[in-house]
Design a binder for this molecule. Structure first.
Ligand code: T4K
Length: 374
């Protein structure tokens, strides 16, 4: 701290995809060339699925071309009708997947500690049309899974977790894939673990297995039969090969992220007007994001965002704006119904975090932020 900070020549972005050594990936491509089997559930697809089941400690899972298709198809497989209680503090995908299934989102506010759905506010939103609750383990913070399960069971509702940020995490030693009726993991290039693009649905009811497989393959159920209006959500062999390579290096990548998160915390914890998510001792984290909330700090979030940009450092406002104020939903919802989410979305900044981010850059980012201190 206290060093002179120069503008970075190359932009420091919020994240940077991890990649395996090139030779390792190229070696994986050779069998694809030999077999000329590129997609439609090839051998890498099957191998990847088996290794993921092991890593995620989940018996039932299906692979998809990306996280969003996984969520859309996962919801379709549950055959729901009516209203789904969800959070507005998320990426566009969560709500879009609900709406594109012909369901109506009902927005529940978040809590101001870890920004997941406020479980105490769910019951007042339940009506005779409610069919499911769709919370998000936002930034890798695990929702109040116990209370949500209890509410869902009492009202006969399905629970759909958007676990896009939560790959590999555990809660009390249980793989996060095991909560809810279904959970969706994103394997997008920007995630802690990726297969270029990719997605997973883990599911409780093993009877969903065939249906999910069929729905991601146009609803085809046999050579001469198409029983469902399915989609094309298949993961291809190049994606699966990337996933298999990355899985070998994942634990090392997470360990590097932890060092950086600890460093951010060292600098920013306890500073007046700056809030960090509390670490939950019940959760084994994957250190997916570094969200920082500026609430009563010397300057506001947007000033910090602009100041970092002067140094070619590009934090992101994940998740601003809230989904219930998107143009595409104009006139249907009001951000005022979820005041905590509205406030946090204006105060939060996710700082750069990726395995190969130099620790010196973390020091610089914190120096820039703390230079405004009164
Ligand atoms: N649910 C939640 C809660 C989610 O956060 C997401 C996705 C989903 C569902 C849907 O899952 P997927 O269908 O995407 O699997 C990015 C990601 O594209 C998106 O996956 C992610 N959430 C979201 C939070 O972040 P953008 O629009 O911010 O991406 P973009 O292109 O601005 O990239 C962000 C930064 O990542 C860049 O500044 C640099 C870096 N980057 C990006 C790409 C594309 C790389 O290093 N390599 C790359 O290939 O959405």
């Amino acid at each position: 701290m206290g060093m002179e900070i120069k503008r970075h020549e190359k932009p420091v972005l919020v994240t940077r995809s991890s990649l395996p050594p090139l030779d390792e990936y190229v070696e994986m491509l050779k069998p694809i060339w030999e077999s000329a089997w590129l997609t439609n559930m090839g051998s890498y697809h099957e191998e990847f699925k088996a290794q993921l089941a092991d890593y995620l400690k989940a018996d039932n899972l299906e692979l998809f071309v990306n996280g969003h298709m996984a969520l859309e198809i996962g919801i379709q497989a549950l055959k729901l009708e009516g209203e789904v209680i969800t959070t507005p503090f998320t990426f566009a995908s969560t709500t879009h997947a609900i709406v594109r299934n012909g369901l109506t989102p009902v927005f529940c506010d978040i809590n101001d500690k870890d920004y997941t759905m406020d479980a105490d506010k769910i019951e007042s939103l339940i009506t005779d049309k409610t069919c499911a609750i769709a919370p998000v383990h936002v930034y890798g913070n695990i929702c109040d899974v116990e209370k949500i399960r209890e509410i869902a069971d009492r009202h006969g509702l399905k629970v759909i977790y958007d676990a896009a940020h939560t790959f590999g995490e555990t809660f009390d030693g249980v793989g996060v894939a095991n909560f809810g009726d279904i959970s969706m993991f994103s394997l997008h290039a920007t995630k802690v673990f990726h297969s270029i693009e990719g997605g997973i649905i883990s599911f409780k009811d093993s009877e969903l297995k065939d249906l999910l497989y069929q729905l991601k393959n146009f609803g085809i159920t046999g050579y001469e039969s198409v029983e469902y209006v399915g989609s094309n959500g298949k993961m291809n062999e190049f994606q699966a090969a990337m996933g298999l390579c990355n899985l070998r290096h994942l634990d090392g990548e997470i360990a590097k992220r932890k060092v950086l998160v600890d460093r951010y915390r060292e600098h920013l914890s306890g500073v007046e007007g700056i809030r960090l998510c509390e670490e939950n001792p019940r959760v084994k984290s994957n250190y997916a994001y570094m969200p920082v909330v500026f609430d009563g700090y010397a300057v506001d979030r947007d000033t910090i965002f602009a100041e970092l940009a002067k140094y070619n450092i590009h934090a992101r406002k994940y998740f601003y704006p809230c989904v219930n104020s998107y143009e595409c939903y104009s006139g249907q919802f009001s951000e005022e119904d979820t005041p905590v989410a509205a406030k946090i979305s204006r105060q939060v900044l996710t700082l750069p975090l990726f395995a190969d981010l130099p620790v010196e850059t973390v020091d610089e980012i914190c120096d820039i932020i703390l230079s405004f201190q009164k």
